[in-house]
Each structure stands twice: as C-alpha cells, then as structure tokens.
Ligand binder design. Structure first.
Ligand SMILES: Nc1ncnc2c1ncn2[C@@H]1O[C@H](COP(=O)(O)OP(=O)(O)OP(=O)(O)O)[C@@H](O)[C@H]1O
Length: 242
C-alpha cells in the first residue's frame, strides 16, 4: 500500500546569489494514503516543484522526517540522465532501471516500449541524432511503461506531435488513475479538479490550506483577489492628490 508521511519537514537550499542557505519549505506535516490524489497549488516560486523533488528523493529534508512507501515514478525533468551518445534503446533500458525496475522485466517490456515510441530504426541510433520530438517519444515511452505506486507530476505532460500527444494524453490519464497516490503540481484548476480530490496550497514554502481540492482552490483564488484589491502606488498618489 502506498503511503507518504511528512512530519514537520523543512528544507534549506543554498542560494548561490547570496552565498547562504535559504529555507524553501517550512514545517510541512501531512499524510497521504492509498487512493489520495493531491494537487499542489500556489504562486510561482511557492515551493511546489521543490516539494515534488523532496518526495522523489532528490532532496533530503534539512529537519523533520519524511517516509515514502511504494515505488515512485517522477514524471518531470524527463531529459535528465540522457546519454546522448547512446541509442534510444539503451536509454530506455537505463531510465527504467534507474526507476527501480528489474532487468528481466525491462528486457521483456522493451519491444512494447519501442513500439509505443514508434520511431522506426532510429531506436538503434544515438540520441544525439534525434529531433526533440523523437527524444521525447523515447523518454516518455520508457518513463510511463511501468505502473508506479506513487506518481509525481509537475504540470500535466503533453508531448510530441498531434498524433503522439493524443496517445500520450490517454496514457497519462490511465497512469494517474491506476497509481496508488498522485501528487500533481499545477496552475490548471480544471485539470486538478478532474484528477485530484485533495488540494494543498503552498505559500512561500508553508502550508496555507489542505483539504478538498475545490475548497482549497476557492481559498487560493480569494486570496489573490484580495491582494489585487490592495491599492497600487499610482492609485494612492491619485487619491492623495485629491
Ligand atoms: N536548487 C535550488 N537552489 C536554490 N533555490 C532554489 C532551487 N530550486 C528552487 N529554488 C527556489 O525555491 C523557491 C521555490 O521554487 P519552486 O520551483 O519549488 O517553485 P514552484 O512553486 O514550483 O514555482 P512555479 O509555479 O513557478 O513552477 C524559488 O524561490 C526558487 O528560486
């Protein structure tokens, strides 16, 4: 059974501009159980992607405890780890092994992954000879070939040309509904309502609200309305002039 538990987790990263550590996430505590589908909501720079990276194991918490039970698939930064000089096929094998799949299972799945990418004999050529779309087909096929217990996504993925986009959209929907836990960082309200039941609003690295996805969106949007109603400097000048 998939489970994610965060107990008072904070994360500091070094800020190269000022040469010191800065807290990006602060005092996060929540639990996600099998069946939970969480949308991460918040302004640019709030900490959504950083939280996804923490959940995927890229970062360790500076303080607090994090427990992630289940096989995790992170569908972001898909091109990281490419070996450009190696073939598409070799890259498919490397990616799936890095995701923690067993070699025998990867080998058995390879024909299906290649058929899905559908780039013909290019699959045997080095990835540095691929167009961007071809590279995405290969990476997407490998990244979504196995079903994880926990699926982490930074915005919904739409990749490739019109034909592949339709095919990949279908797979994304199937993947998100079959995974035990989904965590999706998104600015798209409709998409998060369609795919998630819970919402977590993050504001400057802190939890602002956690609960029903519709309610959390409503709270977040109301806060934006309030901040846009604060008088702007030129308005204040006009008022004081009279
Ligand atoms: N590797 C890093 N080192 C230092 N600071 C970082 C690093 N990655 C992100 N940050 C900072 O952390 C903060 C949160 O960034 P993050 O990418 O998590 O925000 P976000 O909520 O995903 O934003 P967006 O909606 O724009 O994608 C930002 O201020 C960013 O500059």
């Amino acid at each position: 059974m998939a489970k994610i538990e965060l107990d008072n987790v904070s994360l500091a990263l070094s800020n190269s501009l000022f040469g010191k550590d800065e807290y990006i996430l602060r005092e996060l505590s929540f639990t996600l159980n099998q069946g939970d589908r969480l949308a991460l909501i918040g302004r640019n720079g709030a900490g959504k992607s950083t939280l996804l990276r923490l959940l995927s194991g890229v970062y360790l918490p500076t303080t607090g405890d994090i427990k992630v039970d289940g096989k995790v698939s992170a569908l972001f930064n898909l091109s990281v780890g490419h070996r450009r000089e190696s073939s598409g096929r070799t890259n498919m094998i490397i990616r799936t092994l890095m995701q923690g799949e067993k070699y025998e299972e990867v080998k058995a799945k390879l024909p299906e992954m290649e058929a899905y990418a559908d780039i013909g004999r290019y699959i045997e050529r080095p990835m540095e000879t691929y167009s961007q779309g071809m590279a995405m087909r290969v990476t997407f096929s490998a990244a979504t070939a196995f079903r994880p217990d926990i699926l982490l996504m930074d915005e919904w993925l739409g990749v490739g040309d019109a034909e592949f986009r339709a095919k990949s959209a279908e797979r994304m929907t199937e993947m998100s509904s079959s995974s035990g836990i989904l965590v999706l960082a998104t600015h798209n309200e409709r998409l998060s309502m369609e795919n998630c039941n819970l919402g977590l609003w993050i504001d400057r690295g802190r939890m602002k609200a956690l609960g029903n996805v519709e309610e959390v969106w409503a709270q977040y949007k109301a806060s934006m309305k309030v901040s846009s109603e604060v008088p702007q400097p030129d308005q204040m000048l006009d008022d004081s002039n009279g």
